[in-house]
Design a protein around this ligand. Sequence first.
Ligand SMILES: [Zn+2]
Length: 264
Amino acid sequence: MKWRWRFRHQHSQLWADVVNAIHGSSSNEDGIPLKKEITGIWKDLVLARNDLSKAGVTEPEKLGLVNVNGQVLFSVAAFREAIAERIGVKVEVGRFEWIAWAPQKVYFFVWRILNEGIAVKTNLDRRGVFVEDKMCVLCGYSIDSMEHLMFLCPTACAVWWNIWVWIKIPTNVQIVSTMDLLEWLFNLNGSAIWKKVILVISFATLWIIWKTRNERIFDGKQSRVEVMVDKTKEESFQWIKYRSPYVSLDWERWRDFNVRDIII
Ligand SMILES: [Zn+2]
């Protein structure tokens, strides 16, 4: 949203020229250029607005505007706070800080799962989109619903089990929905930093399951559980190393989840 706002109000800057050069020839309805076939952060940012408007948040750019000494600026912190407040009632994630350790697109992704806005086959079906094969592509045994894909699918269960073992959490947790997952995380005993780390890892797990499913549908690519688990470890490592204060995080120690120096 910050970039959308800046795009409108700071046209002359070089980065705005770059966005125009890449996406310029096809503006969407509100004047922000977007070529849908070019994926990447700009597309994620532009499309995030659509998700927000579905949740009843209109003109989201305005939520982040603050007045600093007479100058109107966009504040990411103010934006997060306002969004958390608005959607918090609906999805109850307001209790979790909108920490910036996972990329914003991942937060929106989780938020969309909570609001059932993700295009799994059962959701498409409900919206009247014809889906010939409604089965889960990871196991082929059950209908492709969000709960199934993320928590009940044997592949997802195996991924989560490996993640719990990795982060040294008892593996008898019964989680059947993203809301359950958030509730459970919220009620865990542990330091705030440790909870944040677990939250980021959980988000990375959801993200990798989703990406794996899409790669199978759209690219025909198969990924084994071990590969999904490794990707989750890598992705969460990158997020925390480059987006948290813990820049000295070491990969070898992360792989063993030997992170006492950062989580105590
Ligand atoms: Zn399945």
